[in-house]
Design a protein around this ligand. Sequence first.
Ligand SMILES: [Zn+2]
Length: 344
Amino acid sequence: MKKLALVKDDLFFQHTNGPNHPECAERLTSIFNKLEETKLIDKTVSIDFSPATEEDITRVHTKEHFDRIKATAGKEFVKLDEDTATCPVSFDAAMMASGSLISSFDHILSGEIDTAFTFARPAGHHAEKNKPMGFCLFNYVAVAAAHLLHKHKMDRVLIIDWDVHHGNGTQNIFFDDPRVLFFSIHQYPFYPGTGSLKELGYDKGLGYNVNVPIPSMFGDDDYLRIFQEILKPVITQYKPQFTIISAGFDAFFIDPLGGMRITANGFAKLTRFVMDAAKDHSDNKIAFALEGGYNLGELGNIAKEVVEEILDINVSSTEFTKENTMCDHTIDEVKEVYSPYWKF
Ligand SMILES: [Zn+2]
């Protein structure tokens, strides 16, 4: 069986944004209760990891940003913006999130494990170079991607972000850098307001920031079709050395924050799609990192479906039907905008 590391730490459960906040530790409790109850956890492995260093973080964030988050350590409650706040251990949790993802990549590259799913809190994809935002302190996927560039000398890292919200932070960090290709499919217009078809990258990074803004109510078939018709050709041409999934589960059909229609099995299908693509074009180097997802009752089921897919206990079909004319329109528009950079 495939060696899958599930990465978690007590700090990820201890971080809080304050009372009655949708981004809460119960999200992880829902996930791990289900994985334990179904004994799936016994089919996975653990790895050693340690917190990130200041040097790791400041590869993608400014020193000013790092110091601002560090200054919250030990403080009871610091409100950073309307949605984002810290408790005494939030800084440590964010350092551990980045460090554990870095470690999981190192373990994959050394061959010790096949893949990993890091279930960290706080999440990262809204955190920009110089700004915490949207429940995010440090952009842990970006920090770990920069580790691949710096320590493993990679120059083609793919980040696929299927969280219902646009990953403005990841876009902001790698906007002019072709060594990281950022692909985001997200509800639009929606929080955080970015992610349009005018944001294609900048300078050397032009064309390496692929946004697929979609209206609400898109479901499993629409996502699979967009993956097949847009993402797949981009992957085939880019040939990533490593694929990272910013795996938010808030495009789920009954998520309290998102407006999409993906089912739990739909997330398994997306997982199958990106694993197949990684097998064909990314030397099987792929890892998953939790971003959003707020349905406390169902997050466990989603995680179960995805983990069963990663372990090949289930092998879902990635076939789809073309029923949604809104999806035809989206695909045509995205292809037209990106056609100077990619062949579709
Ligand atoms: Zn989200």
